[in-house]
Design a protein around this ligand. Sequence first.
Ligand code: DQA
Length: 140
Amino acid sequence: MRILIINGPNLNLLGTREPDLYGSQSFEDFLKELKSKYTSHDIGYFQSNIEGELISAVQQAKQNYDGIILNAAAYSHTSIGIADAVTAIELSVVEVHISNIYKRENFRHFTYLSSRCVGTISGLGLKGYALALEFLLSSK
Ligand code: DQA
């Protein structure tokens, strides 16, 4: 299967950004490990700090991928545009948050994406991406 991981703003800083919350591994290192475990699947990766680029990545995924793992980071809590793109493409999208957004500030408790995604994983660290991948691979 072909699965696209999309990461939103500030997730390019994983490894050095608030390691107590997000851990000390860079996403690139994690991705290398993940890809080496799933060599028979095509795992794509896109990161952007720009909302419109994330919307375009979600839209374009329809042509090349069977599912999406989406951590829209701060835009999860603000972006109707990304949420509408998720609804428009009719691909299975799993929402992931590295930290437990329900243990954090109130403004992080709501996401525009949760109701548009097949499910949400929050608070399990980078393992959340691996679990989301397992789910998508087993659901087709
Ligand atoms: C996050 C949680 C968001 O609230 C935050 O803005 C992020 C990362 C997470 O992965 O835990 O940037 O999506």
